[in-house]
Each structure stands twice: as structure tokens, then as C-alpha cells.
Design a protein around this ligand. Structure first.
Ligand code: F6P
Length: 495
């Protein structure tokens, strides 16, 4: 640990954290500041961006969300036919989807949040696959549904097509004028929101200094979550995130949770060369944590060059994946114990959201779950030796199969309970863990040029598909394999 703490010094992590909180343009390739911490700062905090304190702007949007969500929840805001809007469908993808889904999944079984939600429904439509649309609209009535279109840029192809499709679902049932009552937006691009036909009075803004995958504490997450769980619960979530932010900003590095986790993750991935990390919550309500952190981490640190544009001669980032325990144990843990070395983050909670004590059982259901949490880290670290197996009477033939090498790294994180507050802490902890890793690697963790090429090629394919549909003829513009597949697709569609 002392060598890793020296590394943090060498890499000037303290200075980089200062620059981040000071609103400097540390996202150099996009010339942007990285200020998602300002989204959860209390009113009296001062965080400046280009000489202006942004905290009052943040609280102005939060107040607008509070007023709007209170109106919808109380039934003061009604739909085109005068009925209250009890169901919300959020349309967004990537950072405009995964973070809010993670927090929603964590809160939906938390007693206080669940009580606040009552019979309301919150759904997320992300995939442009028409099956996702039909699944998400299934059982909903346009007259009681509020649609929230969430897109930082308001140009993302999948989101905009889904938004147009759902808009036509509303219009075909309630008429054009219903859009004003049934559709609202979250975006930094209010001009395009207006052009889409959503009243910009019903748009909730955020800022260029919030990266998509770091936007769950902006209106991107706060609006849907406040509609479902009430503003008070969401405030506690923001408070938890802010308290972890101040730990990151102020705590000495040997007591700084995100810094320590960032150092350990860098050690495992880059120094020891382990190419993946498993995020393993022993908590069903955290089932969407791994997919969210997967984006935060892999879109941030999956880079091939330094911030100065120089090739990096060592591995950056890691493949993040995960499932709740104990489900993962019955799926991929075999490889983790005896195959490749996969550093693990185990996350457990002391008090269950829904304790169950069955008469006659030795332990509660939650104890049973948590026994696995404690046992797994131990098994990975200590393994099982040949000598132990022989003492237990295992036959020579089976000894190699039953031997565990041990010395497999893991971190265990134990939360008192899963509440809006601790969910906020967990989110901020991982966001800053990823930043520390990027600071040490010397990459820009806040751009995402790597997702562009696929988008550009999809546009080219889209043009070809529509040309072939209207003018006929074979596709010839791509490589042999793509041409063949596309022509087969177009031909079979027409038959
Ligand atoms: O996947 C690429 C990406 O740019 C993400 O970073 C972002 O969260 C997502 O697309 C959605 O973008 P938007 O919010 O602009 O629709």
C-alpha cells in the first residue's frame, strides 16, 4: 500500500482531484470541465466553472424538478383526458439510462422508497429493438403515462427513434396537443427539444460539464427517481454521493475510499495484468450496479493513448462484469476460483431491505446470503492445499481437481443497509475510483471517441438500406462479408 500511495503522489493525483473540483477543463480532448460533483453539492457550497459558481444553477433545476414531480405525484398535473399520470416511461440509452436504472432497482424494494412509490410505475426504454418498445408499453395507457425523453445531446439515433415512436403512440390515441401534457425532456440541447415538439418549459436542463455516464445525479436521474420515489428520497441519495465526494476531496489518501479502491484496481489491472474485474453484490437490489459501473469504467478508461495522445505500452482499464451473489456462484465462479484470476469487489449489506426469519431455520435468509459473502473472499484468498485435501482423505486422483491456489485478490465492502443515502455513497465511490485509475494511467477518462466509429458506420449502412429499399439493387459499398449479409437481410425481408 505504501508503494501505491507513493505512486499516487508521483502521478499527482491530489493535484488532479483539486483541478476536477476547481472546474478546470481536465477533459482536454473535448475542452470540458468534469463537474458532476457539483450536481450533489449543498446550496452553500461554491464550485466554479469559468469563474461562475454553478451550485445555484444546480439547485434551480432541482427546485424545478421538485415542483414538477410533486405536481405529477399529487395529481395536480393531469394528462390530456384529465387523469393523473401514474406511469412513467423514460427513453434514453447509455449514461442516460444505466445510472437511473441502477438507482431505481436499488430503491424499489427499500421500504421507505417503496411506500413513497405506491402503485406508480417507472420503466426504461433504451434499446431501439422494437421488442423493447412493445415490452415497455405493454399494459400502459397513453392517458395515464408520462414520457421522459432523456438525452444529453438530443441527437442519439436510438433514443430519438424511440421517442418518435412513443410520440406517435400518444398522438394516435390522444391527438397532437396531448404531447405537451404527456412528454417532457431532460437534455443540454433545449433547441432540439423544442424542435422535437416538447414545450421547453417542460424540459429539465443540465450542463456540458456533466459527462453522460456521470449524469445520474443531474435531471437525468433525479427527475425519473423523484417522480417515482418523491423528492425527499432523492435528496438523501444526493447527500450520500456528496458525502463520498468530500471524502474523495478531503481525506488523506490512506483513509480515502475512492483513492484506495482506485489504487487497488490499477494494481490489479495494469501491474498484475488481470484483464477483468467482477462486481459482486450480495444484494439483489444492486443487480443493476455492475451494468452501470461497466459503462462508467469501460467507457472512461478503455483508452489506447495518454491524454497527450501518446500510445500506452501497458494495459488500461479492465473488463468489468458482475451479477448478484449467490446467482453468480452457480454460474461463473468456477472460473474465478480455479481458472483465470479475476479480482472481485464483494459488496454486502448488514441489514436486509426485507428480512425473513423462518421458524426452525438456524439462520435468517439474509444471514444465509451473507455467509456466502464472507466465505467467497476467504476461499479466493486462502484456497485449499494438497496437504489439507489429503488430511481430509481426498484420493490422490482427485487432489489436483480439488486444489485451489488461493492468492486471488478481492475487496469487500460492507454497507450498514441499502438506503437512498448509501446508494449515493456507492455511486460516488465507483465514479471516483474510475477517475483515480485514469489519473494514474494518464488517460482522459472523460471522453469516449471509441464509440464514434460504430455510429458513423451504422449511418452509412442506414443510407444503403434505405437506398436499396427505394431504388432496389444490390449493396456493394462494404467489404465482402458485410455486403453478403446485408443483401441476404434485404432479400429475405422482401420475400
Ligand atoms: O455510448 C455513447 C454515449 O455517448 C454515452 O456516453 C452516452 O451516455 C450515450 O451515448 C447517450 O447519449 P445522449 O445522452 O446524448 O443520448
Amino acid at each position: 500500500m505504501s508503494l501505491l500511495l507513493n505512486l499516487a503522489k508521483e502521478a499527482e493525483v491530489e493535484e488532479k482531484i483539486r483541478q476536477m473540483f476547481a472546474g478546470e477543463h481536465i477533459n482536454q480532448t473535448e475542452n470540458r470541465a468534469v463537474l458532476h460533483v457539483a450536481l450533489r453539492a449543498p446550496k452553500d457550497e461554491v464550485i466554479t466553472f469559468d469563474g461562475k459558481n454553478v451550485v445555484p444553477d444546480v439547485h434551480q433545476v432541482l427546485e424545478k424538478i421538485k415542483v414538477f414531480s410533486d405536481k405529477v405525484r399529487s395529481g395536480e398535473w393531469v394528462g390530456a383526458t384529465g387523469k393523473p399520470l401514474t406511469d412513467v416511461v423514460c427513453i434514453g440509452i447509455g449514461g442516460s439510462f444505466l445510472g437511473p436504472l441502477f438507482v431505481h432497482t436499488a430503491l424499489q424494494t427499500e421500504p421507505k422508497s417503496a411506500e413513497a412509490a405506491g402503485n406508480r410505475q417507472l420503466r426504461f426504454l433504451s434499446n431501439v429493438d422494437p421488442v423493447d418498445i412493445s415490452l415497455n408499453l405493454d399494459g400502459l395507457q397513453p392517458e395515464t403515462t408520462l414520457v421522459v425523453v432523456v438525452s444529453k445531446t438530443f441527437t442519439t439515433a436510438e433514443t430519438m427513434l424511440n421517442a418518435r415512436t412513443v410520440r406517435s403512440w400518444i398522438i394516435s390515441s390522444l391527438g397532437e396537443s396531448a404531447v405537451a401534457k404527456h412528454m417532457v425532456a431532460v437534455s443540454t440541447n433545449l433547441k432540439l427539444v423544442g424542435e422535437f415538439g416538447i414545450n421547453t418549459d417542460n424540459a429539465f436542463g443540465f450542463w456540458d460539464w456533466v459527462g453522460g455516464r456521470y449524469s445520474v445525479c443531474s435531471a437525468v436521474g433525479v427527475l425519473p427517481l423523484a417522480l417515482q420515489y418523491g423528492f425527499e428520497n432523492v435528496s438523501q441519495f444526493l447527500q450520500g454521493a456528496w458525502d463520498m465526494d468530500t471524502c474523495f476531496r478531503d481525506a488523506p489518501f490512506d483513509e480515502n475510499i475512492p483513492v484506495l479502491l482506485g489504487l487497488i484496481t490499477t494494481w490489479n489491472a495494469t501491474f498484475l495484468g488481470f484483464s477483468s474485474r467482477a462486481i459482486l453484490p450480495y444484494c439483489q437490489a444492486l443487480s443493476k450496479l455492475a451494468p452501470h459501473i461497466q459503462q462508467v469504467s469501460m467507457e472512461s478508461n478503455g483508452k489506447g493513448v495518454t491524454i497527450e495522445g501518446l500510445p500506452i505500452p501497458y494495459p488500461t482499464g479492465q473488463i468489468d462484469f458482475g451479477e448478484p451473489g449467490t446467482n453468480g456462484q452457480h454460474s461463473f465462479y468456477q472460473l474465478i476460483h480455479q481458472g483465470r484470476v479475476v479480482p472481485c469487489d464483494f459488496i454486502g449489506v448488514i441489514k436486509s431491505q426485507h428480512p425473513v426469519y423462518l421458524k426452525g431455520e438456524m439462520v435468517s435468509n439474509h444471514d444465509e446470503l451473507m455467509c456466502n459473502f464472507f466465505a467467497q473472499a476467504d476461499a479466493l484468498a486462502n484456497g485449499k492445499t494438497r496437504e489439507e485435501l489429503l488430511t481430509e482423505g481426498v484420493s490422490e486422483a482427485l487432489v489436483p481437481h480439488k486444489t485451489f491456489t488461493g492468492n486471488r485478490p478481492s475487496s469487500s465492502i460492507l454497507l450498514p443497509a441499502l438506503t437512498p443515502y448509501t446508494v449515493g455513497q456507492l455511486l460516488s465511490m465507483y465514479e471516483h475510483q474510475v477517475a483515480v485509475q485514469g489519473f494514474i494511467l494518464g488517460v482522459n477518462s472523460f471522453d469516449q471517441w471509441g464509440v464514434e466509429l460504430g455510429k458513423v458506420l451504422a449511418l452509412k449502412v442506414r443510407k444503403q438500406v434505405s437506398k436499396s429499399r427505394t431504388e432496389g439493387g444490390k449493396v456493394t459499398d462494404f467489404n465482402y462479408s458485410t455486403n453478403y449479409l446485408l443483401n441476404r437481410y434485404l432479400q429475405e425481408k422482401e420475400e
